[in-house]
Design a protein around this ligand. Structure first.
Ligand code: IPE
Ligand code: IPE
Ligand code: MG
Length: 247
């Protein structure tokens, strides 16, 4: 029986963020090159997307390529960029049929032109979809995003558009890329690593963290449901004591 039946659909996260990790180790276990692991990870993305549609999740943010990942061997970086172009082009119809809108966060300007073009075309083609936002973090790092926001705010102060004392959480958030999206309530990382690797550091201040040993290409819809069930069994206190929470 699917774990979906045990999930309370009225208490699902609105936004799930995932650090998709373990493709390289998965490939090694299968006696293949690392790139084979990355291409096998695409199926896990499809699984998770389907799962989010089942649950009515509104936003799914996937960490696909970090600013630090440029330092990997050139062959792997090139292969990952080609895979991105191919996958985005191949999946547009499927995204449209599930009413999924494609978005991205990160410094796109450094991506290869083909990748940028494909991404922008797919964003345009899926713009009107409103069931689920699929947000790809591409050439993303949280420190980059926070510095970017800080620079934008500093420029406004320089131009006397705002005062330093106007800077509060709301104003700061308005300069972040996902300012129109609620913070993720649930962050999942696969592959048994217990770190955040520069992902959404501002937005996950109060996210529930879920770690699994499964390697990303093995992650299936039921694994997503397991993570959401685990989330639903936690008490989110936000600094209060248990008795203060409305049950
Ligand atoms: C995650 O898998 C995908 C990216 C970082 C692009 P890895 O490639 O990091 O796989 P491992 O961690 O080496 O197994
Ligand atoms: C984080 O995974 C980045 C992505 C999943 C895209 P990494 O494999 O690059 O992170 P580290 O090196 O283990 O921290
Ligand atoms: Mg890794």
């Amino acid at each position: 029986m699917s774990l979906l039946n045990k999930i309370k659909l009225d208490n699902c996260p609105q936004h799930i963020a995932i650090i998709m990790d373990g493709n390289g180790r998965w490939a090694k276990q299968h006696g293949e090159v690392r790139l084979f692991g990355h291409s096998s990870g695409v199926e896990a993305v499809r699984e998770v997307l389907k799962g989010c549609v089942d649950l009515g999740v509104k936003h799914l943010t996937l960490y696909a390529f970090s600013t630090e990942n440029w330092n990997r061997p050139k062959e792997e970086v090139d292969g990952l960029m080609n895979l991105m172009v191919e996958t985005i082009a191949n999946e547009v119809d499927e995204l449209n049929s599930n009413s999924v809108r494609l978005r991205s966060i990160g410094d796109e300007s450094k991506l290869p032109e083909a990748c940028r073009n494909e991404l922008n075309a797919a964003k345009k083609e899926t713009l009107k979809n409103d069931k689920l936002d699929l947000i790809l973090a591409l050439n993303y790092s949280a420190r980059w995003e926070i510095l970017n926001a800080t620079q934008n705010i500093a420029r406004k102060v320089e131009k006397d558009e705002i005062k330093a004392s106007d800077i509060d959480e709301k104003l700061f958030e308005s300069e972040l890329t996902l300012s129109d999206v609620p913070d993720p309530e649930l962050l999942i990382r696969t592959s048994g690593e217990y770190r955040l690797s520069n992902f959404l550091l501002w937005q996950i201040a109060y996210a529930e963290l879920y770690f699994t040993d499964k390697l990303w290409p093995d992650f299936e819809r039921e694994d997503l449901f397991e993570a959401v069930l685990n989330y639903q069994n936690r008490e989110r206190r936000f600094g209060l004591v248990s008795e203060q929470l409305v049950k």
